[in-house]
Design a binder for this molecule. Sequence first.
Ligand SMILES: [Cu+2]
Length: 284
Amino acid sequence: MMTFVKRLGLAAGAAFGANAATAQTAIEDLEIVGAPTPGAMGFQPAATELARDLQWLDGFLLVICTIITLFVVGLLAWIILRYNAKRNPDAATFTHNSPLEVAWTIVPIVILVFIGAFSLPILFKQQEIPEGDINITVTGYQWFWSYEYTDEDIFFESYMIGYNEGNLSDDIVAQLEEAGYSEDEFRLATDTAVVVPMGATVVMTVTGADVIHSWTIPAFGVKQDAVPGRFAQLWFNAEREGIYFGQCSELCGKDHAYMPITVKVVHPDVYEEWLATAREEFPA
Ligand SMILES: [Cu+2]
C-alpha cells in the first residue's frame, strides 16, 4: 500500500506539477469530460496516453489514406481524359510491363511496413499489461456491470439510472439530479460509478457472466470484449479528473443499449476518502 501511495504521488507530481497537489475536486463536483456531444465528429478528449496515441494514429492514417485516394483518383481522371476512344483511337495492345508490376507490388509493401512501424508499438503498448496500482475485475451481465476491487474487498453492481423505467420522466430526472447528473446524461449515467485515482495504473480484468459484452471508455482509448469463461485485461492511466462515460459495445440482447459505464477519475486523496466509505458501503 505504501509503495502504491508513493508511486501515485510521484506519478501525479511528475505529470501535473504543483497544481495537482492543491487543486482537488470533490467527487460531487467533478466535471463531465468523456461524453458524446450531439452533432460532434471526431474523438472525445483524450484522457490517457493510450487515447492520445490512437487519436494521433487515426490522424496519421487519414493523411496516408487521403494521399493514396487523391493519387488513384488523379490516375483515373488522367486515363479517362487522355486515353478515351476519341482521343486515343489506336489503343496499345501490350499485356505486361515488368518495371510497373514490380513497382506496384513494392510500393504498397513499403507503405504497409511504414504504417506498421507506427501502429504496432501503439498496439503493443495497449496489449502489454503493466503491473496495476489498482486492480478491478469487471463482469458484464444482461444488462448491467459488476465491479470488484480485488485488492480492497469492494464489490458493487452498476445499473443505468432509470433502468427498466422507460423513457425520460420527472422521476428519472430527479434520480439523475440526486446522483449529480442532468437529463443530458440519461442512458449514460449509472447508479454506482467506478472511481479511480488520477495518475494511477488501473488494470481491469474483463469477463462476461452470460453472453459477450464489451467494456469501453472512449476517452481512455480502451475497449475489451467481456467473454464468458475467459479473463481478458486492459489498462489505463487517466491524467485528468472528471467523469467519463462508455457503453456496452458488443450486442448482448434486448437491453444492450441500457448498460452504460461511468468512471470517475479523482485526485488520489479523494480516492483514499472514497475507498474508506466504499469499504463500508460495498463490502465484497
Ligand atoms: Cu451489450
